[in-house]
Design a protein around this ligand. Structure first.
Ligand SMILES: CC(=O)SCCNC(=O)CCNC(=O)[C@H](O)C(C)(C)COP(=O)(O)OP(=O)(O)OC[C@H]1O[C@@H](n2cnc3c(N)ncnc32)[C@H](O)[C@@H]1OP(=O)(O)O
Ligand SMILES: CC(=O)C(=O)O
Length: 513
C-alpha cells in the first residue's frame, strides 16, 4: 500500500487505505506496509484511525527513512512519526549504494552507516520489529560490494529483524539477482532475508522468484504491480506462481481462489482499469480465440491452460471471431438449436457468414449477442418483436438549444403503430431515447434496460468522413451484460443496428425464448 500509492494515477483516501488493509488481511498477507507517516498527514491519519481495527493475520508496517545526517534519532521528525504510528513493525530504508550516499544524501560513507545503525537501534529500543530495506542494494553491490555488504552488516548489528534487498531501479537481471542473493543468504544465515524488486526491466516477478529459490523468505510486492515508474513486483503473479507451481506457502490455500476478486477490488478502489492481460487475474488470462485452441479446450482444458482458471477465481472465455472454427460457434448455435452438431451444414454456413462479416468490418468478440441473433435468423428461430417503419434525426447547433438533436420514430407492433419523438445529447442519444419511448408502450420491461458503453471505431481511415464505422454497444438490465455490433458508412445507421440488436436480444431473454 505504501509503494503502490507511489504509482502514477493512484491517490488513496484514508478510507480507501482502511478498506484495502482489511482486504489484504482477509486474503492472508502477513505484513502490510501501509504508509509513510513522515511523509504526509493522510498517512498519519490512517495510522491513527487504523488503531481501532483488529487484523486476523497481518502485521501493519509503518515505513520511513533512516535519520537525517548529523542529528540524533530522537531529533529526527521521520523517526518520531514512525513511533507515533504505534505499529509493532517498522520498515527503515537506508542507502547501501555509495554513489547515493555521496550524490543524494551528500554525506560521508561512515555517517551513512551510523545513520543506519542509530535509526535501527532506536527503533529496537522502542520494542519494534525492524525490517531494514537496503535501498539500491543490487546496484550498490555491483559498484562497491564491500560497502553494500557493510550496510547490511551494520543493520544486523543494530538489531534489524529482516534484511531486505532492494532492486530499487528495477534494472537487474534474474541471473544477477540469483548470484547476489546466494552470497547474502550464505553470509547472513542467522537473519531472514527479503526481496523488493521494481519492474523497470519487466523482470520484477522473475527477479523475486529467483530470489526465493535462493532462500529469501519475504517478498515485498504490490497487488496488480502498482508502484513507482513501471511498478513493483506483482503479487498477483508471484503468489500463484510460488504457491501453485513451487509448493511454497504464501497465503492460506482457500485464499488463492479469491485472487482475481481481490485484484479487481484493489483496482476498483485505486480507480484504475484492471489490466486485461495480467497473468492469472486478467480478463484475457483464460480467453481463447484461435479456433484450434477452442476445439482443444472443449476436448480437454489442460491442452491450452497452464492452470484451471477457477483455481485463482478467474474464468474461461471463448471468443467469437474470424479465427474461430466450428467448435467455437457450436455452443452458441446449440443454445438456440440443441440438435445441431459440429458436422451440420448450418454450422459451416454460419461460420462462413461470421468470417465474411468480420472481413466487412464487424467484430463479434464482445458482441456475441449480435451473433446469436444471426444464428436465430439463419435457423428460422427468429421473432419479429417490432418493426421500425421510419425514423428521422435532426441535429441543431448545440449552443442554440438545451439538446443538440431531435429524433422522430415510427414503430409497429402487432399492426399497431406508435410515433414518438425525443431530444438527446447528440443524434444517437436522441434516437435511442425515441426508440425506447416508442417500444416501452408495448414492452414496459424495457425500462429495466440501459446502455452502459458505446464505442465507435473508424474502419478505413483513409476515406476520412466517408469511412465505414463499427459501433459496439454494451447494455445491461441490472443483472446481465451483453454486447452488440453494427457496421455502416453512416454512424447513425451503425448505431441504430447495434441498438436494435441490443433490444431484440433483451426481449428474447425476457420472454424466455
Ligand atoms: C526507494 C523508495 O521508494 S524510498 C521512499 C520514497 N518515497 C517518497 O519519497 C515519498 C515520501 N516522501 C516525502 O513525502 C518527502 O520526500 C519527505 C517528507 C520524506 C521529505 O521531504 P523534504 O524534506 O522536503 O525533502 P525532499 O523530498 O526534497 O528530499 C529528500 C531528502 O531525503 C533525504 N534522503 C533520501 N534518502 C534518505 C535516507 N535513506 N535516509 C535519510 N535521508 C534520506 C535526501 O538526502 C533529501 O535530503 P536533503 O533535503 O537534505 O537533500
Ligand atoms: C525501499 C524501496 O521502496 C525501494 O528501494 O524501492
Amino acid at each position: 500500500m505504501r509503494d503502490g500509492a507511489q504509482a502514477e494515477g493512484v491517490s488513496f483516501s484514508v478510507s480507501d487505505k482502511l478498506k484495502i488493509a482489511k482486504k489484504l488481511d482477509e486474503f492472508g498477507i502477513d505484513y502490510i506496509e501501509a504508509g509513510n507517516p513522515g511523509s504526509n498527514p493522510k498517512d498519519v491519519e490512517f495510522f491513527e484511525k487504523v488503531k481501532d481495527t483488529k487484523f486476523k493475520n497481518a502485521k501493519l508496517v509503518a515505513f520511513g527513512s533512516t535519520r537525517r545526517p548529523c542529528i540524533k534519532p530522537d531529533e529526527d521528525a521521520n523517526l518520531t512519526a514512525l513511533l507515533r504510528s504505534e505499529t509493532s513493525v517498522v520498515a527503515i530504508f537506508g542507502k547501501s549504494w555509495d554513489f547515493h550516499v555521496t550524490e543524494v544524501i551528500r554525506t560521508t560513507l561512515d555517517e551513512n552507516l551510523r545513520m543506519i545503525y542509530d535509526s535501527i537501534a532506536y527503533m529496537k529500543k522502542h520494542g519494534k520489529e525492524v525490517v531494514f530495506d537496503a535501498e539500491h542494494f543490487f546496484d550498490g553491490y555491483k559498484a562497491n560490494r564491500e560497502y553494500a555488504l557493510k550496510a547490511l552488516e551494520t543493520a544486523w548489528q543494530a538489531g534489524a529483524d529482516w534484511l531486505v534487498l532492494c532492486d530499487t531501479n528495477g534494472g537487474s537481471f534474474p541471473s544477477e539477482i540469483a548470484e547476489i542473493v546466494k552470497v547474502v543468504v550464505e553470509k547472513f544465515s542467522v537473519i531472514p532475508i527479503g526481496i523488493h524488486c521494481h519492474n523497470d526491466g519487466g523482470m520484477a516477478v522473475a527477479n523475486s522468484i529467483v530470489a526465493v529459490e535462493q532462500g529469501v523468505v519475504q517478498v515485498q510486492g504490490t497487488f496488480n504491480g502498482y508502484g513507482e515508474r513501471c511498478g513493483n513486483a506483482n503479487l498477483c503473479t508471484i503468489i500463484p506462481n510460488l504457491q501453485l507451481k513451487r509448493n511454497y506457502y504464501c497465503v492460506p490455500q482457500q485464499s488463492i481462489s479469491e485472487l482475481t476478486r481481490v485484484s479487481r477490488y484493489i483496482s476498483e478502489v485505486a480507480n484504475l482499469a484492471p489490466n486485461e492481460r495480467a497473468p492469472y487475474v486478467g480478463n484475457c488470462a483464460f480467453a481463447h480465440k484461435g479456433g484450434m485452441h477452442i476445439d482443444a479446450i472443449l476436448k480437454n482444458p489442460a491442452t491450452f491452460e497452464h492452470i484451471p482458471p477457477e483455481s485463482v477465481g478467474n474464468q474461461r472465455r471463448i471468443l467469437m471471431s474470424e479465427v474461430a472454427g466450428r467448435s467455437t460457434v457450436l455452443g452458441k448455435i446449440q443454445k438456440v438449436a440443441p440438435w445441431v452438431t459440429k458436422d451440420s451444414p448450418e454450422v459451416q454456413q454460419l461460420i462462413d457468414n461470421l468470417k465474411r462479416l468480420e472481413h466487412e468490418g464487424y467484430q463479434f468478440e464482445g458482441a456475441e449477442s449480435s451473433f446469436e441473433l444471426m444464428v436465430r435468423k439463419a435457423l428460422g428461430k427468429d421473432h419479429k418483436f417490432f418493426e421500425v417503419k421510419s425514423f428521422r434525426v435532426l441535429c441543431e447547433e448545440p449552443w442554440q438549444a438545451d439538446y443538440s438533436a431531435l429524433a422522430v420514430i415510427k414503430v409497429e407492433v402487432n399492426k399497431v403503430e406508435e410515433v414518438t419523438a425525443a431530444e438527446g445529447d447528440g443524434p444517437v442519444n436522441a434516437l435511442d431515447k425515441a426508440l425506447r419511448k416508442a417500444l416501452e408502450v408495448f414492452y414496459p420491461q424495457l425500462k429495466k434496460m440501459r446502455l452502459t458503453d458505446y464505442k465507435v471505431r473508424v474502419l478505413d481511415t483513409s476515406k476520412a468522413t466517408a469511412a465505414k464505422v463499427r459501433v459496439h454497444i454494451e447494455s445491461t438490465d441490472g443483472e446481465r451484460v451483453w454486447g452488440t455490433v453494427g457496421v455502416s458508412t453512416n454512424i447513425i445507421e451503425a448505431s441504430f443496428n447495434a441498438l436494435i440488436d441490443s433490444i431484440e436480444y433483451f426481449l428474447f431473454n425476457e420472454m424466455g425464448m
